[in-house]
Design a protein around this ligand. Sequence first.
Ligand SMILES: C[S@@+](CC[C@H](N)C(=O)[O-])C[C@H]1O[C@@H](n2cnc3c(N)ncnc32)[C@H](O)[C@@H]1O
Length: 488
Amino acid sequence: MWTDGVASIGYTHAFYPEMAPGHLAFALLLKGFVPPLAVGRAFHYGELGCGQGVTTNLLAACHSASTFEAVDLLPEHMEGAQALAAACGNGNAAFHRESFADFARRGGPDFDVIALHGVWSWVPDEDRAVLADIARRRLKPGGALYVSYNCLPGWAADMPVRRLLLERVAAGEGSLPERIAAALAFLDRLALEGGYFARVPAAAALLDSLRGKSAAYVAHEFLNRNWAPFYHADVAAQLAGAGLSFAASATLLDHLDSWRLGEDAAALVAQADAAGRETLRDTLAYTRFRRDVFLRDPVRLTAAERGRALRALRFGLTVPRDAVPHSVTTPAGDRLLEPALFEPLADALATGAPSLDNLAQGRAFDAVVEALTVLVGLGVAAPSLGPCPGAAAFNAAVLQANREAPDLCQLASPLLGTGLVVDLLDRLFLLAEHEGSDPAALAWSVLSGRGQRLRGLSSEAENLDELCRRYDGFRRHRRPHLAVLGIA
Ligand SMILES: C[S@@+](CC[C@H](N)C(=O)[O-])C[C@H]1O[C@@H](n2cnc3c(N)ncnc32)[C@H](O)[C@@H]1O
């Protein structure tokens, strides 16, 4: 069976906000644990299987008093990661181009946090054992392991789709992206005949969702030699052998069972033991991807200590104020975000990064914590451990790189210490503002240099007119928000 060709396609350039120190601290505090990350404290952070190194570079720029180590085997990934580190001036980040097994033989300071995103389900058993062993030996007492993985039962219906995809790509001809496109087209054709796809709607939905995805995503998500979804309880059992215990989900909506699943389902979940509870929630919420935080030697906070630590966190919006939703769809149906609570809270968050202490003045503390959990869980707000001026160096490097390649699409907020996706045109407008050049002209020179133009517009004059109009929209709508975040 074809397998190794996946190495010929680099992984997508992405930043994962759940790996940000403020986010991890918030998730652990919600469950009443002492986080290894706190306001004003430097930390040592390791990322295993860092891919293009965007997350480590963004966090290292933001947290310049802390130190970072990142490991990945693929030379192409590490060259890009090291080049970005050099462009940002990230002297506090070391990128090791080596296998997990080689890294396990290295010495060095122990970690406050070890993070692996998109790795656990995509490596063989031997590597999972090495990863668990690194956590066992290198995580400080009280240290956190962030590990994400594809989980069961959410993936059960899709496993046959992945199998067919793998077989068709293996038997195909042409470059890897061509074989992937041909395999997906074949599966579409197959689905028209009914059978499995007609009987299992989740499989048809997966096929639908793959249509717009890049070849890089499909290759790394499905065509890896190793690909295994896990029950949470089995991951927890393996990591228990490394001395770690499950503390919290970094997917914050997982903290709100009655809110998201409804009272009856929440009661069923609550009755189960710790490991069983996660499986029941994953079943009821049809979870496909988990982001778990485990702790070595966890220490519990008293209610008063937890309250104080939560009050010290700061929060801000990651989207313009008018993009904060008024309702959300949950597994239990549509839910209104109670306007009396959420509207003034969103107004306050839009002004900067108020502390939770500030946000809770005159309001019920638990209700504010729950509302912030919802907003962060929806990705429209982020917690912060404090200002991160170094973020500006990351943004300058990304904007310069965007002249040549659009892949880096996240910018870092000096206010929040986390990253957010900014559209390519908006990034080019920001680059022009940094340089004091004409925004529409710079955007056009980059687009036309790549043989691109705005959809439906052919002449240079038409493109420039439309780019001027879009810059005006950016200035009035999105720029004020980016200015509050310290990005513009
Ligand atoms: C699916 S990618 C995820 C990358 C990144 N964490 C992300 O989510 O964007 C898995 C990464 O693990 C790396 N990897 C897999 N096996 C490895 C090993 N044995 N040693 C070091 N890196 C490995 C791959 O090169 C790849 O970059």
